[in-house]
Design a binder for this molecule. Structure first.
Ligand SMILES: [Zn+2]
Length: 66
């Protein structure tokens, strides 16, 4: 069993936003999600729109249990 150790410092949220996201269509770097939704159960859904080609994509992030 692995435990994820929380270090004092960057919050969970800032680490989520620090994760790099790329457009699946053109590979351009996506800076910030267009929409972020919090789903029941703690899952976070990011909705991305590429500035370059307009490709829409979604990612789901499950934060480590607190
Ligand atoms: Zn793109």
């Amino acid at each position: 069993m692995q435990l994820i150790t929380e270090h004092s410092g960057p919050s969970v949220l800032s680490r989520i936003f620090a994760s790099r996201q790329q457009c699946p269509q053109c590979g351009d770097r996506l800076i910030a999600p267009e929409v972020t939704e919090f789903i029941e159960g703690g899952t976070i859904q990011h909705y991305w729109v590429c500035d370059r080609c307009g490709e829409e994509s979604q990612t789901f992030v499950t934060p480590p249990s607190i």
